[in-house]
Design a protein around this ligand. Structure first.
Ligand code: AMP
Length: 215
């Protein structure tokens, strides 16, 4: 089964994708994580995208489609969760073609519905473990008092460079202008499934599980 998680920044795509990896053995493909890795390891491409990402603009379709192609090609078994990809109609078309070329298809596009005020509150409070990627939130899930990640024990909590208010405003605008049209696109294909992303993490997990079990 292959699914997309669609939703604005802070909707909980990464958190939900990680849960699906743990519970269903699926493979999370996050273009945001891939781009941050390229930036951290100082590759030519990483240097080119750093400023674009810091501003909250979208990286070119060509770059992100290339990243996804590398991960999909030669893996006909699938089981992918696309997290933060596609973000434009061109990327959505490319994804359909890439999956078809490996004899696969998309089973569902799950939209996480949240409101903007909640997003700002979530994003400005969020941090992640630099070692394993576990997500924390100052209000709902604070970092453990002993300073060690509850999943892997590392003490390397990080806040994303683009989790500030200016960049966030721009990321939200990019989402509404370029990514939200995908909701109509997948609706027309009969693949759209809406989930309330505002509840407790466990309630959202259950709602997604329900959608996947019916897909
Ligand atoms: P994310 O971790 O998904 O919030 O992505 C962080 C940043 O990486 C975004 O604000 C964009 O600058 C870039 N990015 C990630 N995925 C894509 C994509 N599919 N298309 C274009 N830019 C992307």
């Amino acid at each position: 089964m292959n699914i997309i998680l669609i939703g604005p920044p802070g909707a909980g795509k990464g958190t939900q994708a990680r849960h699906l990896v743990e519970t269903r053995g699926m493979i999370q493909l996050s273009t945001g994580d891939m781009l941050r890795e390229a930036k951290a390891s100082g590759t030519e491409m990483g240097k080119r995208v750093a400023e674009v990402m810091a501003r909250g603009d979208l990286v070119t379709d060509e770059i992100v489609i290339g990243l996804i192609r590398e991960r999909i090609e030669g893996k006909p078994g699938g089981g992918f969760i696309f997290d933060g990809f596609p973000r434009t109609l061109a990327q959505a078309d490319a994804l359909g073609e890439l999956l078809a070329a490996t004899g696969q298809r998309l089973d569902a596009a799950v939209e996480l519905e949240v409101d903007d005020d909640e997003l700002v509150a979530r994003i400005t409070a969020r941090s992640t473990c630099g070692n394993c990627g576990e997500v924390y939130n100052d209000i709902t899930r604070p970092q453990p008092e002993d300073g060690k990640c509850s999943t892997c024990g590392a003490s390397d909590f990080q806040r994303r460079a683009d989790d500030n208010e200016d960049s966030l405003r721009n990321r939200l605008m990019e989402y509404y202008k370029k990514t939200s049209p995908l909701i109509g696109y997948y609706h027309a294909k009969g693949l759209l499934r809406k989930v309330d992303g505002l509840g407790e993490i466990s309630a959202v997990q259950a709602a997604i599980a329900d959608v996947l079990d019916k897909a």
